[in-house]
Write a protein that binds this ligand. Structure first.
Ligand code: VHF
Length: 523
């Protein structure tokens, strides 16, 4: 890890993600210079105030379309990739010109998921970021579309920005979009839709995530929620706000930082204040001067809070703020969860889950079933299931209609059903075959969602694990003819999501247990 990771007191790292629809006109495909200019001014101001800034900028394909006078995005992948290659250099040249007026150096970083799937490459990318930030440069990140095909794509730049934010250990991630914030329902259709200002636990979120995204961009609101989930798990406060008003970023950041410091001090204080309406006095140590807020004395005690929280709320531009989890997942564990694409799923029982929460590795005895094809040292999802009592395989009198698999619970789950790698679930099925011989189900899924607790880098391939599942470690040699390890995954190769509530509603899997290390570990 680079020595440049160390930040100055009060210095914040901010990642700002700009989607295609935010910076490229949807019809003409012309770059929206007015927005780009305000972004540049905002980023330079933040930088001059001592903060570190990273931009994640989409728009290569859109700008490429304009350059080649094409009306719409082609369907053929190589054409899209060619357009991205054409557009990316124009896009960067535009950014460079605009930042150049402010004498601000920038750098281009293009990534694919493949680039960071190797731990050393991930660390190289991370070190480059830290070096650039230390040099006072603003890195501008995009997906390397020329190389990216489905298997190695981040999928959308929301996910890429969240992974970038985790990589640079950002304090804030701004997901700039075409709405002010998340609403309780779609404000275009529902006049009673209410803004959601703060999301303390993303699993509680019931926002309308049905926004389909624009014609050019690939991300809608659902990808922003997936990104927020990922970034908050890495300790990054994530903010959704309107891309047409990028000048609001500093004011929102100042407010959010005030709230964060107030939360910390209220946690330590005898008086138990609420999150909202706490004064901005604590922001005095920050260099965020763009806001309309006055900054009071840093020594002002928290109990002098404003008697008009509503007035304060009105002064802050509308946004949705996702609070980070208290014990962020960082470094190698973040990389296992989000740098590596999972190649399959291992279903474990409650006993294995308990052993994992007691800091043990994953033994074959606790494995109920396996999905997918993966090799040794590849990443897999770990899903907790209810093991059903063993029953002998039965032969049906005649071949019948295949038994329907258990439907994927992801269909009803907006976050898990986003189609993006970090939280994408497989279509989960019983171990049943469509032939006449029916193996009784081995397990039952927990309700309401697949209960994925984490990811692991495994010591055995999928076919090997199929042969050793349920066995004691001493039997591995007998089953395989060799035994590389007694563990299917070593403890150090298992990382857990810090998600509090994506878990079944059972007494043994509750929130408090999680907080104490039962099932979801903290790193
Ligand atoms: N990498 C692509 C952008 C991918 C994309 O569409 O992202 P987004 O606009 O955030 O949904 C580009 O630069 O055109």
């Amino acid at each position: 890890m680079s020595a440049h990771l160390k930040k100055q007191p009060g210095q914040l790292t901010v990642v700002i993600k700009l989607g295609t629809s935010s910076i490229v006109d949807e019809k003409t495909h012309e770059p929206i210079l007015s927005i780009l200019s305000v972004i540049v001014e905002t980023a330079v101001k933040l930088h001059k105030d001592g903060h570190r800034v990273v931009l994640v900028s989409s728009g290569a394909i859109g700008v490429g379309l304009r350059r080649m006078d094409l009306d719409r995005r082609p369907k053929h992948l190589p054409q899209v990739q060619a357009l991205a290659a054409i557009g990316q250099c124009r896009l960067m040249s535009l950014w460079d010109q605009l930042f150049g007026h402010m004498r601000q150096p920038i750098a281009q970083i293009l990534l694919t998921r493949n680039d960071i799937a190797d731990r050393t490459q991930y660390q190289n990318a991370q070190n480059t970021f830290f070096e650039l930030l230390h040099m006072g440069v603003i890195p501008i990140v995009n997906e390397n579309d020329t190389l990216a095909v489905t298997e190695i794509k981040f999928g959308d730049n929301d996910t890429l920005s969240a992974i970038t934010a985790g990589m640079v250990q950002a304090d804030y991630l701004f997901l700039m979009t075409d709405v002010d914030c998340l609403y309780t329902s779609n404000p275009r259709r529902d006049p009673d839709a209410k803004p959601i200002e703060v999301v303390e636990d993303i699993a509680d979120l019931e926002a309308d995530v049905s926004s389909a995204g624009s014609a050019l961009g690939t991300g809608g609101m659902s990808t922003k929620i997936v990104a927020a989930r990922l970034a908050t798990s890495a300790g990054v406060t994530t903010i959704i706000t309107k891309s047409s008003k990028p000048g609001n970023i500093a004011a929102i950041m100042k407010h959010a930082e005030g709230q964060r410091l107030a939360r910390i001090s209220s946690r330590n204080s005898v008086t138990n204040f609420q999150d909202e309406g706490v004064p901005l006095a604590q922001t005095a140590s920050l260099n965020l001067h763009n806001s309309t807020h006055d900054v009071s004395s840093p020594t002002e005690p928290t109990h002098t809070r404003s008697h008009s929280p509503q007035l304060e709320a009105e002064q802050v531009p509308l946004h949705t703020r996702f609070l980070p989890i208290s014990q962020p997942i960082r470094d190698r564990y973040f990389w296992i969860l989000h740098g590596l694409a999972p190649h399959g799923t291992i279903y474990i029982d409650a006993g294995a889950r308990k052993a994992l929460s007691d800091k043990a590795g994953l033994l074959p005895v606790g494995i109920v079933d396996v999905d997918g094809q993966f090799a040794q040292q590849e990443a897999v999802r770990i899903v907790v299931v209810k093991r059903l009592p063993a029953a002998s395989p039965k032969v049906t009198p005649k071949a019948t209609t295949p038994i329907a698999p258990i439907p994927s619970r992801t269909a009803a789950h907006p976050v898990l059903n986003s189609g993006h790698a970090p939280y994408t679930q497989p279509a989960l099925t019983h171990s049943m075959s469509s032939s006449a011989i029916i193996t009784p189900p081995l397990y039952e899924l927990h309700d309401p969602a697949p209960f994925e607790i984490g990811r692991a880098v495994v010591n055995y391939s999928a076919s090997e694990i199929r042969r050793i599942k349920g066995l004691h470690s001493t039997q591995i040699h007998e089953a395989l003819g060799y035994a590389d390890s007694e563990y299917v995954a070593l403890r150090e190769n298992i990382a857990f999501f810090g998600i509090e509530k994506s878990r079944p509603n059972t007494p043994s899997a509750g929130r408090s247990e999680n907080r104490e290390g039962g099932g979801v570990d903290v790193h």
